[in-house]
Design a protein around this ligand. Sequence first.
Ligand code: SF4
Ligand code: MG
Length: 322
Amino acid sequence: AAPLLEVQELKKYYSIDQGWFKKNLEVKAVDGISFSVYKGETFGLVGESGCGKSTAGRTILKLNDPTAGGILFEGEDISKLGYGDMRKLRRKLQMVFQDPYASLNPKKTIRQILTEPLRVHNLFTPKERIQKAIEILEIVGLSEYHLNRYPHEFSGGQRQRIGIARAVILQPELIIADEPVSALDVSIQSQVINLLLKLQKEFQLTYIFISHDLGVIEHITDRVAVMYLGKVVELATTEEIFSDPKHPYTKALLSSVPISHPDEQKERIILSGDVPSAVKPPQGCSFHPRCPDCMEICKTKEPVTVQLSPTQSVSCHLYPKE
Ligand code: SF4
Ligand code: MG
């Protein structure tokens, strides 16, 4: 089947104004990423903070204007669509944010928060909208009783359920969830993840799930793209990423999480050095200053993406193109 979403060489550069005496600095937050997402799957974007995964998510949904590249949604390139045309598409493309409190208007009741997207898109009568709001509240584990309450009256987990309800009420095609459980207590995280999985089944949703948490990524995703300094360094099925990672960065990331299969022995790889800044990414392979397998070529030549299997690709000189 054709992918629901095709991201092609997507770039998002920012310039940071340094004041009159210095040149503007360019930050290559997202620097040419490509992947496809298929209907009904959960596609993970994983990496350390600052790797560009959030910017990638926001740019795919056109909350940022892309600097270059294509975003094909249902076969149509939306990367250059203006505000008016995007407005119609918004219904199909929704976002769930990390901090539900910041993304829910504190002055609005849950009824207003949930019916607003329906009103904006001219769906249903006012009465039906309230009925829809009640339905979706029940689906996410809240009730009619909560309709006239304000966001501050809810716990963090409940607020995230409301944020999810607001995204799902439009029955979108694609939801990009950016660290949706990172701000929640561990005990609440799995409840919210199970809710996302339940909704996915019920509404045939497709997710892009952004997280730095490999445990969560392993649990919820079908395929994963590992990002480092604005680039995808490895892309594979979740199974392949966790059982047979190829990129030294993926291996290092995995070695730093607790072992989920105790029979496997894993050597912990310590990454030396801090994450370099996207303002001045290192030459060659941008991971080379931290890479335990760094070779001479890595310092000068940027690796190309090599397809290792139909489902696994990697950008690293350890895997030369035949
Ligand atoms: Fe390490 Fe070289 Fe591969 Fe980069 S290209 S990850 S430096 S081995
Ligand atoms: Mg982020």
